[in-house]
Unconditional design. Structure first.
Lengths: 158, 158
DNA sequence: GAGAAATTGTCGTGTACGGTAACAATCACC
DNA sequence: GGTGATTGTTACCGTACACGACAATTTCTC
């Protein structure tokens, strides 16, 4: 295993390169919906359970409370989420999706599918299954919760 | 192919997640050498041909001239590269590695190898070959030059 | 129950970074 | 030999993140 392999033959480099590339492309595809991939991740998370506090959401996504404030400001201004009074804790907000969000989310998911399809062009279905399975096994070992992106910052791509 | 798959079952998401994760880990491994992955990429490129101008290097790596100024400032201050007078063009600089860089580079490469080994733990050699081959085929189609990271910014991770 | 400590959401403040424009020095063209 | 283009650099600006601080409210403790 020679140490001076070129970068293009290193699995970790290729992962970083491809991951950055596909994230940037996805960011572009999402742009005219008025949201970033970080908003998409939050919407996806909300679609699996509403009414949680900002703090709970921030912990689930592995980001700081303050960042959640900004994300929810964006979503609220965009008419995709709303802060309601929390029934049990008057300090906290309970976060809910709007109908507009439930309309937009399938569209955003379709764009994610389109990006994936674009990326995987050239691989047959058996190879796609192989790749997905291998990546899932690697992802298990990273320690990141499933479906939580470690780079949930404001501008993941571009 | 259902549209509302969870993120953990999407190849593009997994690539982005794993790519970000391994880049962040690599950044940490490189930290006590005093360089960032972007510096590493530039050093790797320089090791395959010295004496080029900053402009040529910037184009090869797909970044703006100004960013190259900053990267070379860092490398020069760190004693890893030097700007010499260009023999044919007195506006330009010819960029060379120092002996310190030639000593440091194998160390940095070994850290990249260690990060890769860490990432791929749990995959046997056949699976590693499969994964590498599939990723290389995907990388071909992205349009990025081989071994050039599209996210060559100052702080790729963390 | 009353005060102390912790929690929730928010707001400044400072700092660092990327991108645009501008600049002096030099080259290339014709 | 003079005009336009190119190289490397600096200045500027807008943005975004990290840290700390803050009021309102809850929970703990006695």
């Amino acid at each position: 295993m020679p140490e001076n392999r070129p970068l293009g033959e290193r699995t970790n480099f290729l992962l970083s390169q491809l991951g950055f590339h596909t994230a940037a492309r996805f960011t572009e595809r999402l742009a005219d919906l008025g949201i970033h991939p970080s908003h998409f991740g939050l919407l996806m998370h909300l679609s699996q359970g509403e009414g949680r506090t900002q703090q709970q959401l921030a912990e689930a996504l592995g980001i700081h409370r303050k960042v959640m404030v900004g994300l929810l400001d964006d979503l609220e201004q965009r008419g995709l989420a709303e802060r309601r009074r929390h029934p049990a804790d008057r300090r906290a907000h309970a976060i809910f999706l709007t109908d507009a969000a439930r309309t937009l989310l399938p569209d955003a998911q379709a764009r994610a599918d389109a990006e994936e399809e674009d990326l995987l062009t050239g691989l047959d279905s058996a190879e796609r299954r192989q790749l997905l399975g291998l990546l899932q096994r690697l992802a298990e070992r990273t320690g990141n919760p499933r479906g939580v992106h470690p780079g949930l910052r404001r501008h993941p791509g571009r």
